[in-house]
Write a protein that binds this ligand. Structure first.
Ligand code: HEM
Length: 194
């Protein structure tokens, strides 16, 4: 058991095997049918969305508030090892969430209507725009500034400090936007948009 779960790759394989049992158990008769892709892409979309927003909450609820309490000699463990790895999964999950979300809207037949905030897709359209703004923040503000702040690219101490503050403020902005964004995502299907 320790051998199986001790390795992330085999643990993911185990999860995938269980996923396939559930998937074929419940939907084996419709996987080839029109409409199945919409359901499957929703699954992929929520999976990568959890990875993205989960790491956003890790930064905001765990790493940022705890860093000031970490002794100076231990800080490099976070800035050199943990944060760069977390940022890798964070930014690629953000991109994957945008792509899978746009695919879901396309397969649902309302991508343009939602992005132009037409009725009855204004709610999901708003959610999509909030999430697109968040993803732009990740790729064009947070990541470039984190690269400077973490010393992944050359920068003097003053530039590093400013970059760390900018990255933190945009990360906080994304945490703020995540609440209305997620409300739009999950209620469009259940309650309808306007
Ligand atoms: C630019 C980024 C995004 C786009 C374009 C997008 C698009 C969509 C679309 C079109 C739907 C289907 C709504 C419906 O008709 O029921 C949806 C659902 C959903 N989205 Fe997103 N989304 C994005 C970001 C996110 C993020 C960051 C999360 C965070 C976890 C998320 C979580 C969800 C959830 C949980 C659902 C409900 C799935 C369901 O009930 O079938 N989305 N999204």
């Amino acid at each position: 058991m320790a051998k199986l779960l001790g390795n992330l790759n085999t643990a993911i394989l185990l999860g995938t095997a269980l996923l396939l049992i559930v998937l074929f158990g419940f939907h084996g008769n419709i996987v080839a049918a029109e409409g199945y892709a919409n359901g499957f892409f929703r699954f992929l979309h929520v999976l990568v969305g959890i990875m993205w927003i989960g790491l956003l909450y890790y930064f905001n609820f765990v790493q940022i508030p705890t860093m000031p309490k970490v002794p100076a000699e231990l800080k490099p463990a976070v800035s050199k090892y943990i944060a760069p790895e977390a940022l890798f999964w964070f930014r690629w999950a953000a991109l994957a969430t945008v792509v899978t979300g746009l695919i879901v809207s396309m397969l649902s037949g309302y991508m343009i209507e939602a992005l132009t905030l037409q009725s009855p897709y204004r709610l999901i359209g708003l959610g999509m725009w909030l999430a697109i703004i968040m993803a732009i923040n990740v790729w064009f503000v947070i990541w470039p500034n984190q690269k400077k702040a973490l010393g992944l690219v050359d920068a003097d101490a003053d530039t590093k400090a400013k970059a760390a503050t900018t990255a933190m403020l945009f990360s906080r902005t994304n945490t703020v936007l995540s609440l209305p964004m997620l409300y739009c995502m999950v209620t469009q299907g259940a309650l309808g948009g306007a």
